[in-house]
Ligand binder design. Structure first.
Ligand code: SAM
Length: 268
C-alpha cells in the first residue's frame, strides 16, 4: 500500500507520507491549533495540504517546511494557498526554526509528522522552545504515550524527561489508521506541547542534563547507581536524597535536573 495514489500524488514511504483524509479529525486538530495572526504559524510536512488549507483559511500567512520537492511544487502552484504560504524546501531536522521568529511574535508549530523522524525532530524543536508558544503534532500513539508518561511506567524514558523539562505535555486526540491514505500500520495520536514560559525546574546546562538522562536510561533494567557510576558517587546521591538503588524510570524530572545541576557545580 506504500505507493497508494492520493490526489494524483504517489505516497512516498521513505518520507513517511500518510495523508490525513478524515475531515472530522482534521477539524479537531485545526481547532486545537487555534491559528491566529498574533503568532508566526509554522507547519512541518504540509504534504497535500490537509491541515494547510483550513489553517491558511483562518490567517494571513503560513510558513511551511517540506522535504518532498514534488509536493513543494504543488504548493507553489496551488490556486488558493500560493499567495499565503512561505515555503521552505528542506529537511525539518536541519531547519533553523529560530530564523522564523518575528519581533514580539512567538511561533505556533504544528504538523502531521513523518513517524520515522519524530523523536529526533522533537529533540531538535526543544532547542527552540523559548521561541515557541505551542506545538501540536500527530505522532505514533506510542510516542505520544512516551511524551506524556509518568515516572514508574514502562513508557517513561529519555524522551519523556526531556519533553517534560521543556514543556507541559497534553495528549489531545487518538486517531485510527483509517483516517489516513495510505493507512499507517500503527495507531496515531495528537499531542499538545506547551513550552514553559518560566521553567519549573531550571537546569544550569541543558547539555549536561541531556547527557545525564541518556546515560541513566542506557540500561533500563539497571539501577541508577550502576548506570551513573562514572558521573555521581554514593555521597552525591545521599546529598541529593535520591535512592540510587532505584531504576531510571522511577526518577522524576526535578530529580534528574537536581543531578544535572550537581554535575554542573562539580565542573565549575
Ligand atoms: N500534513 C500532511 C497531511 O496531514 O496529510 C502530510 C503528512 S505526512 C505524514 C508527512 C509529511 O512530511 C509529508 O508531506 C512528507 O513529505 C514530509 N516530510 C517527510 N520528511 C520530512 C522532513 N525531514 N522534513 C520536512 N518534511 C518532511
Amino acid at each position: 500500500m506504500s505507493n497508494k495514489v492520493h490526489l494524483g500524488h504517489t505516497a512516498r514511504k521513505r518520507f513517511g507520507q500518510n495523508f490525513l483524509t478524515d475531515q472530522g479529525v482534521i477539524s479537531s486538530i485545526v481547532g486545537a491549533i487555534a491559528p491566529d495572526n498574533d503568532h508566526v504559524m509554522v507547519e512541518i510536512g504540509p504534504g497535500l495540504g490537509a491541515l494547510t488549507e483550513p489553517v491558511a483559511d483562518m490567517i494571513d500567512n503560513l510558513t511551511v517546511v517540506e522535504l518532498d520537492r514534488d509536493l513543494v511544487k504543488r504548493l507553489q502552484y496551488h490556486p488558493v494557498l500560493k499567495d499565503k504560504l512561505t515555503i521552505h524546501q528542506g529537511d525539518a531536522l536541519q531547519f533553523d526554526f529560530g530564523q522564523l521568529q518575528q519581533p514580539g511574535k512567538k511561533m505556533k508549530v504544528f504538523g502531521n509528522l513523518p513517524y520515522n523522524i519524530s523523536t529526533p525532530l522533537m529533540f531538535h524543536l526543544f532547542e527552540f522552545a523559548e521561541q515557541i508558544e505551542t506545538m501540536h503534532f500527530m505522532l505514533q500513539k506510542e510516542v505520544v504515550l512516551r511524551l506524556s508518561a509518568s515516572p514508574g511506567t514502562k513508557a517513561y524514558g529519555r524522551l519523556t524527561v526531556m519533553a517534560q523539562y521543556y514543556c507541559q505535555v497534553v495528549p489531545v486526540l487518538e486517531v485510527p489508521p483509517t483516517s489516513f491514505t495510505p493507512a499507517p500500520k500503527v495507531d496515531s495520536a495528537v499531542i499538545r506541547l506547551l513550552p514553559f514560559e518560566v521553567k519549573p525546574w531550571p537546569c544550569k546546562n541543558v547539555d549536561v542534563l541531556r547527557h545525564l538522562v541518556t546515560t541513566a536510561f542506557n540500561m533500563r533494567r539497571k539501577t541508577l547507581r550502576n548506570n551513573l557510576k562514572t558521573l555521581l558517587s554514593d555521597e552525591d546521591f545521599a546529598a541529593l536524597q535520591i535512592d540510587a538503588s532505584l531504576r531510571p524510570e522511577q526518577i522524576s524530572v526535578p530529580q534528574y535536573v537536581a543531578m544535572a545541576n550537581m554535575l554542573c557545580d562539580k565542573k565549575d
